[in-house]
Design a protein around this ligand. Structure first.
Ligand code: TXA
Ligand code: MG
Length: 325
């Protein structure tokens, strides 16, 4: 049964269609990375600007040489330690790779995912699959096949259903194209783990780093305005907004639900891995609750929560420019 689904997905990719598939992080919206007509459909389906580059997914690290001019030692180390897995490496591209994939930059983003369906699909397809997260531009990533369908509907030709993604937030992105490795997007593979493997501190992403437009402030945003704050303030604000007649949704870390009439309360896990696993499904559920605001209790300021902080801060920044009506 699943073999049939993989065969069908490969056919769709070869014909230039779009296939959504599960990875261990989030669902990807995939197209044949060597087919410009197919890659253009990704941008159209997501409503994503054309200069936002895509990650090329590969079956194994050996395939990297088809895409890059050099695979420097720090990159090899990280690949050997963390691939297959939730890590994306930015490397100097080969000239023949399409500007549609690279956003016209001189680098390409590569990732070897570990999810068994992603692996089966990549091995059967044989080439690189360009795939951003399977959501509309700027919105919350999809972590189930149902969320993909509700985000993208008919714009995707085929969805391979692999259930809920294990990690739940997008891969860690490291730029290894320059003199010193730099962290461009935090993920569940932490800066500390990367530094331990590299034996040197990561550089901060700076002006010299490749542009990663998807990591701009406004991103991962529900349609309902989202605010990030300390626990006490969550309860205070929820109570006062409710008194003024607004409906309020809360993503808390405490199961101790305050007595506030009509409040929508989701108690998230106190473990960062479970919190990340559920994050986007929780945001979708709260977004669909018909409330005028989502108040999120700020997670602890510890390295294990860095990627979650990053996503929530961007979701809140997105809300600041969202029309609350
Ligand atoms: O976990 C993930 O990474 C998921 C799954 C599907 O693999 N993919 C994902 O793709 O999150 P997307 O397109 O939503 O985010 C990719 C990020 C964007 O911020 C993009 O700007 C950045 O990677 N990126 C892609 N190519 C790049 C490049 N050559 N240089 C710098 N940043 C790049
Ligand atoms: Mg994305």
């Amino acid at each position: 049964m699943q073999r049939d689904e993989i065969a069908r997905a490969v056919e769709v990719l070869r014909a230039g269609g779009l296939v959504a598939f599960p990875t261990e992080t989030v669902y990807g919206l995939g197209a044949d990375a060597s087919n410009d007509t197919a890659v253009k459909k990704i941008y159209a389906a997501k409503g994503r600007p054309r200069n936002h580059p895509l990650i090329v997914h590969l079956a194994c690290a050996e395939a990297v040489s088809d895409w890059v001019v050099t695979f420097p030692e720090p990159a090899r180390r990280l690949a050997a330690r963390f691939w297959p897995g939730p890590l994306t490496l930015i490397l100097k591209r080969r000239a023949e790779i399409s500007d549609l994939v690279t956003g016209g930059q001189d680098t390409v983003a590569l990732r070897v995912p570990s999810h068994r369906i992603a692996q089966a699909l990549l091995s059967a397809f044989g080439g690189g699959i360009a795939a951003p997260s399977a959501n509309r531009y700027g919105r919350v990533s999809a972590t189930t096949a149902e969320h993909v369908r509700s985000e993208l509907g008919g714009a995707v030709d085929y969805v391979v259903d692999g259930g809920a993604c294990e990690v739940g937030i997008e891969s860690t992105i490291v730029d290894v194209s320059g003199a010193r490795p730099a962290l461009l997007r935090p993920g569940t593979i932490t800066a500390e783990q990367l530094e331990r493997e590299l034996g040197i501190p990561l550089a901060a992403a700076g002006a010299a780093s490749p542009r990663a437009p998807g990591t701009l402030a406004k991103h991962y945003a529900p349609q309902t305005p989202l605010m990030l704050m300390e626990a006490d303030l969550v309860v205070e604000l929820a109570a006062s907004m409710t008194r003024q007649g607004s409906r309020v949704a809360v993503l808390a870390r405490s199961a101790r639900r305050p007595v506030i009439p009509g409040i929508t309360w989701v108690a998230a896990s106190s473990d960062p891995a479970s919190y990340a696993h559920d994050l986007y499904a929780n945001l979708r559920a709260l977004d669909g609750a018909g409330c005028s605001a989502i108040l999120v209790e700020a997670p602890p300021l510890e390295p294990a929560w860095a990627a979650i902080h990053d996503r929530l801060t961007r979701a809140a920044a997105g809300s600041a420019t969202t029309d609350a009506t």
